[in-house]
Every structure is written in C-alpha cells, then in structure tokens.
Design a binder for this molecule. Structure first.
Ligand code: ZN
Length: 86
C-alpha cells in the first residue's frame, strides 16, 4: 500500500552554481527557495535523497499524487523536479 509522505526538510540544489539550500517546511504545501543566496539563481532541483520526509500513513486510493509518487518517478527516470521562481 502506498503511504503519504510529508516533506519536513527540503534540500534544493541551485541549477546555476550547485549551491545546496535546505528549507524547513512550515506548511503542507512545499516551499522552494526564492533565490540562490550565492548566485541569485532562480532554478532549483529538489534533492529527494537529502530531504527529510515524514510518513503520514497509508494513502487512500482516492488521494491525489503525492511526494512519494514524485520520488518514485524520480528514481525510475531521468526526470528532475525543477522549480522556477518568477
Ligand atoms: Zn546558485
């Protein structure tokens, strides 16, 4: 059975300079960095291996796709989660 995962700490890597930024999540919606503090870059990739997730228990089948699914898709493909800030 699939489990719902809540992102506790998100580790993001700047796509411009490789700087890693860890953001402790306050809410249930994911918070990404607004800009890189080293190069002011605005594109980030979520590093699921370095992020912390909390297991919220089994996922009802009616739920929308979760971070766990995104994580699985990442492991099974070359796709990256990219954040681009306006
Ligand atoms: Zn940067």
């Amino acid at each position: 059975m699939r489990h719902r995962l809540l992102l506790i700490k998100g580790c993001f890597r700047c796509l411009s300079c490789g700087n890693e930024i860890t953001i402790t999540q306050q809410n249930k919606s994911m918070v990404a960095p607004t800009k890189c503090d080293k190069c002011s870059g605005k594109r980030f990739k979520l590093l699921t291996d370095k992020s912390e997730f909390k297991d919220l228990g089994p996922l009802p089948l009616t739920e929308q796709p979760t971070l766990e699914q995104l994580k699985k898709e990442l492991q099974g493909s070359e796709t990256d989660i990219i954040y681009e800030v306006e």
